[in-house]
Design a protein around this ligand. Sequence first.
Ligand code: SF4
Length: 703
Amino acid sequence: GGCARSGATRTTCPYCGVGCGVIATAGDDGQFSIKGDPDHPANLGRLCSKGSALAETLGSEGRLLYPEIGGVRTDWNSALDLVAETFRQTVAEHGPDSVAFYVSGQLLTEDYYVANKLMKGFIGSANIDTNSRLCMASSVAGHRRAFGADVVPCSYDDLECADLVVLVGSNTAWCHPVLYQRLAAAKAARPEMKVVVIDPRRTATCEIADLHLPVRTDGDVALFNGLLAHLAETGTLDHAYIAAHTDGFAEVRGAVNGVSVSDVARQTGLSAVAIRRFFSLFERTEKVVTCYSQGVNQSSLGTDKVNAIINCHLATGRIGRPGMGPFSLTGQPNAMGGREVGGLANMLAAHMAIENPNDRERVQRFWDSPVIAHKPGLKAVDMFDAVADGRIKALWIMSTNPVVSMPDADRVRAAIEACPFVVVSDIEKRTDTTRLADVLLPAAGWSEKAGTVTNSERRISRQRPFRLAPGEARPDWWQLAEVGRRMGFAEAFAWSSPAEIFAEHAALSAFENEGGRAFDIGAHAGIDTEAYDALAPFKWPQRSDEASAERRLFADGRYFHPDARARFVAVQSTAPLRVSPDFPLVLNTGRVRDHWHTMTRTGRSARLSAHTAEPFAELHPLDAVEHGISDADLVELSAENGARVVLRALLSDRQSRGCVFVPMHWTGETASLGRVDTLVSPVTDPVSGQPASKHVAVTARRY
Ligand code: SF4
């Protein structure tokens, strides 16, 4: 239940996709303490540095406390009336596609559900996209191609019982720390377990690695295509599985035919010895889990990388069984929940497809809505392009800071500045994005709002409030519902609590037909407030006939394509080469251990800020020599788009030659102190629309 004991509240950490359970307890002095929830299946009591510092981030300094119009405090009614009236009028004059919502994997599922319902079913556009587009869109697209649905087939305990864990483009130790702790503990208990890390950088995760493959940026497809060729040549394929449960193998087999280790070495920059060692480990070990994260997703080949990995699991039948499978580690706390309610421009709701007329009809009937979006909306990068060129005239940004996090961030700032009407809902008063708002709406934050989130292993957990929101801050779902009501849709947005929204979301997901769809939590349709308050963490699917079951997806070899077969996807292995003589270095962006996103929360903790005091550019010492840079110098990085960023040089042989790493968290008022996404070009994956934030051509010089 929600109440761990008197004065204590069970909730979940707001940071990463591990989704750890925490218990917040009020002390006699009114201060809260946070500890790991020993009963939550994600973390079993563990926390990382960020989670354990949560109590230090609760201060209300800098919070946005009241609605503002044009920078002046106002009341909720005036602000909401203005938002509703401007959106209504813009749609009336310019059509539904002239407005957009840009939302966030920080929103709770209930917030997301309401935003999606308002945009797709009542405004009639699919122009709702999310910062999850920068996070896991390539995994979503890869899963849909292979499995027919956006399904992550593994669980955290599969990692612990695997004999080989392959971590691709994932600094798990820093970005999914509790999962890393679980993995490290499992390996300590069973030293025969092997860990392989595939990453251009020798990250902290390599501390438990038996083998580190410093793959060339975007060399992953070549590596996994080579692996498939090796598995075929060594008789490791499961032909019975391929025949019974898959489609498209012949084409993929043909595409990798004759690929040799030396081909792979040439394409990946890896040594033949290291490649053979990896291939042989994969060949000899049945229980393999391959985890992938932003190093796979944030690429112009992201979706192909995902499918190259899944191909190897399908071809060996190593999926749907304990300790085996491809496993996408989701970055944000609720990127999965957003996917489930359709919070991406190319999805509908409950994993239904916007292109499918039956799905559209079903959702519209369920919502009893006047319209339904009938084509995919604009994905993040395209959405801000449409803001820039005036196609989008009213924009509502919720719980995210695109002026820092979007590629070509200066251009995104200029686009938002030029947009006729910008609404920003946030907990912070002053961010690079709130500065540009016409209307500011104060949002309730973690510890203040109620709802659910879904973690990387498909586990839905409650977030529960344990304090009041400061000032007049209100939850995002409430803000959206109020605007929906004021736009004339009173009945459809009449909820009085997140419990009612979750009950509706679960009912919409309930699918009548046997074997129907992946996302189905019909067991919770119509859940009442009491049961919602007590809701224990559970994994989807949970159909109406399987309350409290935990089903292993694909255990029966059935997938979600209409013929129930999985698909092999033939993927090309040539990595794009973006560097040039003028911009010879590959910039890679990512996280540091103790900060989250643009630091609006973690920046409040002195302890967390102490780990890495300032942004830096990590370079290989030999590259530094070539560019006339010494350790701790200030360096200026510049990119083809003309943007420049000044940072402290950090020389380290953990970095591959020709690469430079810069953390993504910092921002700067003047010049471009640390706002690294100004350098990132808006190159995206053609299938997923996810930006290639880890492959940007730059040059460096002493500042
Ligand atoms: Fe929070 Fe992630 Fe750390 Fe768990 S691992 S405590 S969810 S930041």
